[in-house]
Every structure is written in C-alpha cells, then in structure tokens.
Design a protein around this ligand. Structure first.
Ligand code: ADP
Ligand code: MG
Length: 365
C-alpha cells in the first residue's frame, strides 16, 4: 500500500528553478505517467521522490509519512532507469539477486523471490544466461526483475523503453501493463512519448517547463484538453490548431478565418466566447469525414477543399487539405485510394470542436 503526495514541491539547481511548486496526489496502486518534452522536469521529480535529489521547498509524503529526509533505501521504492546497465559478467539470476545479497537476505529467500519474479517476467528459462545472450526485451525484463525482487511498494520508471526499437517498445508496453496487474504496486512512469503515456496510464500528468499543465485520464486529456499545449501534445496526428476570430452573423457567433472561411459554433452553455475575441480553433483529424451526402451532418458543418498531400497508412489515410486557403489535416478511416489534387466535401463533427483563448491559450469552449 502506498500513495504519494507532492505538496508545493520546488527544485532549484543553484539559482535556476526547474520545478515550480508542483502539487500532485498519486493514488495507491495507480499507474501514473508523467509526460512532457525533454527538460520539463520529469526526471527531477522522479529523483526527488526516490530521494536521489534533495527537495528545495515543499513536502513529499508516502502513505501519510513525510519522507523529505528519509534515506532512499528506506522509502520502499525501486527505480528502473533508461540506461539499466546489467552486470555483464553475471548471469540473469545473479543480476536479479544482487540487491538482496547485498542486504544479506537468507539464501533460500533470495532463490524463492528470484524464481517468483522470473516466473512473472517469463525469464525462468534464462536464469543462467549472461546479458549478451539475451535479446533487448529480455534484458529490459531483467532490469525490471532486479527492481521487483525487492518487493517495493512503489516503482519508478524513467523512460525505460526509449532505448528499444519501435516493435519491441510496443511489445514491452503490453508487458508493462500485465506487470502492473500482477504486482499490484504503485507505478510512477516518466516518458516524453505521448503514445506511451496514453496506452499505459490510469492518469497522465502533462508537464511543461517545470509546471503541471493538466492531470487526467487519457480520455479526459484527449476529449477535454485544458489548453493549446495539451491539445497539441496528446493525440496523433496532432489536433489542428488554427488562429481565428469570433464574429457575429445574424446574432449567431461564428469562427472566422480572415474572411476566407466561416464555421458555425454549436450552442454550449458553459462557453466563454464573445464577438471580436482572438482564438485558436481546435479540431482533431478524426473529426473530419468524407461526405457521402447522407451521414447526417447539417449543411453548415460541411466544407469543400482540395487534397494537397496524401499519407496512406493502410487502414487510414491522412490528408493535408486546403479549404478556401485554410490548411487542415484530416484523417479518413478505412482502406481507400485518395488522389492528390482531388476535390472533396468534408463534414466536420463540430460536436468535438475546441476553442482556446489566443492570449491565455486556455480552453474557453
Ligand atoms: P526531463 O527529465 O523532463 O527531460 P530533467 O528533470 O532532467 O528533465 O531536467 C529539468 C531541468 O533541470 C533541465 O533544464 C535540466 O537542464 C535541469 N537539470 C537537471 N539536472 C540538473 C543538475 N544536476 N544541475 C543543473 N541543472 C539540472
Ligand atoms: Mg529525463
């Protein structure tokens, strides 16, 4: 059992502040992912939780106990790094049991724990192999096994998959999820890869420049990004984010793209928009459909455009569209051939429209 609470946690390296008063509650047995561009403070936060880095200001609690001054080894934490160097001259068994031997655990207990963990990680057949006799994925699992044998309450992972090739990374993602279901521990996982964050997390913490931008489930962040940063960071291809202005036509608010294109705005009670406001309009690529005349969208949700670039992905196609001089990327589901230069009518699902205030970048609709 272990929840982790960060209260106004600040980190300065000499005079440079890199983490600016972070507040975060991580629930017991939650799989939480910190995601953000390189340099935003993810590793620093993880290292402060582990006790490898001193906290400049604020408090960290584990299971309601302040651990600011508790030694790393007494925090019930195990950390797996990106560069998880295994001891090259030791076999898998010895790599995995090393920490237990150092802490003078009895031999039968060491054997039992290593065998148990090897079973979970499907490494039982490889216990006598040296690291060079293993695949990249197996080596990665040994690194995790090394942490697991210590039976921590909390696992910290710092970009553990980023050294692996794309195929193996996908495979290891599935294994990470299975692992979490089996070990029932709290996992705090750091990555710069939003796909990894989306696929793994119970909740995601999006960070930027030492601040938390938004916390939520993957679907929360996808459906209701709080600002343009989160909107552009979560989802692939990224959300279309285009500068525009709110105008009023026949006393109805519309989105205007410099007179080239106007889009209607479905009525919404909590909208904080008004005429004359400079905005960033957001719409996801999957909220475009090639119109076939009977897909139920109102006429004013339809636009005509020209296909400028086609990216066929097999089961879907990304189309870079020019709509009256405004550029959108649209995704078309299903197997089909789309020609560059073709003229299409697209229906926009404006139920999924986003509007952000251009000045503050915050969501206003
Ligand atoms: P991330 O893991 O998100 O890529 P880090 O937490 O490693 O980011 O770094 C956050 C910021 O803190 C960066 O600007 C980095 O240069 C700075 N930083 C990290 N460690 C140190 C250090 N030991 N001394 C000075 N600055 C550091
Ligand atoms: Mg890092």
């Amino acid at each position: 059992m272990a929840n982790v609470i960060l209260q106004n946690v600040v980190k300065r390296f000499s005079r440079t502040e890199v983490v600016h008063g972070v507040n975060l509650e991580i629930y017991d047995r939650e799989f939480i992912v910190l995601v953000g561009p390189s340099g935003c403070g993810k590793s620093t936060i993880l290292r402060m939780i582990a006790g490898l880095e001193k906290i400049t200001e604020g408090t960290i609690l584990i299971e309601d106990r302040v651990i600011n001054d508790v030694a790393p080894k007494d925090r019930g934490i195990a950390m797996v790094f990106q560069n998880y160097a295994l001891y090259p001259h030791m076999d898998v068994f010895n790599n995995m049991s090393f920490a237990l031997k150092i802490s003078n655990k009895p031999k039968p207990e060491i054997e039992r724990r290593v065998k148990e963990v090897a079973e979970i990680l499907e490494l039982s057949e490889y216990l006598e192999r040296k690291p060079y006799e293993l695949s990249g994925g197996q080596r990665q699992r040994v690194a995790m096994g090394r942490a697991m044998v210590r039976k921590p309450d909390i696992f910290l992972f710092d970009e553990p998959l980023s050294n692996l090739d794309a195929k193996l990374r996908t495979q290891m993602r599935t294994e990470m999820k299975l692992l979490h279901q089996k070990v029932k521990a709290t996992i705090i996982y750091v990555t710069h890869d939003q796909v990894e964050a989306m696929t793994l997390a119970d909740r995601i913490v999006v960070m930027r420049d030492g601040y938390i931008e938004q916390i939520g489930t993957p679907i929360d962040l996808f459906e209701k990004p709080a600002n343009t940063f989160v909107a552009g960071f979560i989802g692939s291809p990224p959300m279309n984010l285009l500068p525009a202005r709110i105008i009023s036509e026949d006393s109805k608010l519309m989105i205007d793209f410099e007179g080239k294109l106007q889009l209607s705005i479905p009525e919404r009670k909590d909208a904080k928009i008004k005429e004359g406001m400079d905005i960033v309009m957001g719409i996801r690529t999957e909220d475009f459909t090639i119109d076939n005349g009977n897909n139920g969208f109102p006429p004013d949700w339809k636009v005509n455009g020209t296909v400028e670039v086609v990216e066929p992905l097999g089961g879907e196609t990304n189309m870079h569209m020019n709509i009256n001089g405004v550029k959108f990327t649209a995704k078309s589901e299903g197997r089909k051939t789309i020609e560059v230069g073709s003229k299409l009518t697209l229906a926009l699902n404006l139920n999924h429209l986003h509007i952000f205030d251009a000045a503050s970048t915050q969501s206003v609709y």
